[in-house]
Design a binder for this molecule. Sequence first.
Ligand code: NAD
Length: 475
Amino acid sequence: MTKTYANLIDGELVTTGETLEVLNPANEQVVGLVPACGQDELDRAVTAARRAFKDWRKTSQEERQKVVQGIAAAIKDNADELFRLLTTEQGKPHAQAQQEIYGAAGLAAAQSTLTLDDVINQDDDQRLSRTRRVPVGVVGGIVPWNFPVMMAIQKIVPALVAGCTIVLKPSPFTPLTTLRIAELIKDVVPAGTVNIITGEDSLGPMITSHPDIDKITFTGSTATGKKIMEGASHDLKRITLELGGNDASIVLPDADVEKVAEQLFWSSFSNAGQVCIAAKRVYIHEDIYDELSAAIAEYAKGVTVGDGSQQGTGVGPIQNKKQFERVCELIQDAKDQGYNFLVGGEGGDPSGSGYYVPITILDNPPEDARIVAEEQFGPVMPLMKFSTNDEVIERANNSEYGLAGAVWTKDTEKGVEIAEQLETGTVWINEFMHLSPFAPFGGHKQSGFGAEYGIDGLKEFTYPQVITVKRDAVV
Ligand code: NAD
């Protein structure tokens, strides 16, 4: 019988009469059922979070740290079970699922050490002025399907560390591993501090507009991010939005072709390209274009697309049907326009079982091709030729997005010089997708609003409060 996973509300594991089915994208079989929550369950969760906030906000840094480290340990100690379950619902190969689970445990452990110290603004004969950070209150967390566990943890942990409580909604496509973690942390977190409820997309706007939620932290598409901003505007909820990206990778002529080919490949194809910070446009200097594009295509031949639970799979299926159809449509459009393919050229088979899209590498499509200008979010890599640094910087910046990017070169000074001209929140020189728990991660332009990670991310769960004592007052 298919297992029903419970939600966590006020320290209790609860289910509802109505449930949603969760599919394995590798074969479209139902692998779990989850509660289909609506307004009633949300209200219960928010009430519990509000009540818990009264005590949690008064806890010491050490107490919060202990709870968060308990979450990290629960994930790490059960990593084997969790990564297998993650592959079953998300599709990513076991090795990448393992990275996500250990990464989430590591992030929780690292961020448990973050502290927001008071700042002295003035300390003289006239007055003592001090800024402290106070928690905003009850947080609504809304999470996508590409890194369901990492994204859940990167919302729960800073909320708790800052002294907030949270109601978290996983994506309806990938709620299972998060709900298994809910079971594991039920007795680790004080009742009501962490509530995890599942439902259709329609549960999202209920969270955004809930009058007793003070802040929304959201990761997902730019389109949904705009709706959230609008919904949150009615009562001026605080918001943090981590949205889409169309990251450019720039390869200078001095890059080592053999070494860079493999890394470039995975910067586009990890998690079947369903990564906000994947390289979605790859610009290669014309001097090495032919050699490097051939090396990437050659490397691609050795990578297997298949079921992520099978040994040897490098690229798993697309996570859901809607996204599968979108990626296939972009590939079909590129084919209809007559662009050249170095690898692939056909979308997936819609009549097959599982949402598999072949590895697709395009040879110098035009800048305004849909497959270049839009976020593909699939196993697609357009390679483009450039001649000068000024030209490539302008092309890279010609996007509504501004999440991240990379420069590949032996001349790291030149790499930094280019990085400083890119309009994105993060730029790597000679690596990709590295995020530090202590550095802010956030998008420029339409890739986001605010930041997560580090002290900057933590601050977003707080208000500044300035307390001033007049020293020379006559009272
Ligand atoms: P999505 O926007 O469709 O859904 C994300 C979450 O929002 C889901 O939980 C969904 O149920 C919920 N939701 C849907 N409609 C809503 C509404 N009107 N109000 C409130 N909540 C609503 O995104 P997705 O397809 O799950 O994820 C893919 C997108 O996420 C890509 O664009 C990707 O680039 C982006 N992403 C960004 C980051 C980042 O850190 N910047 C990280 C991962 C993914």
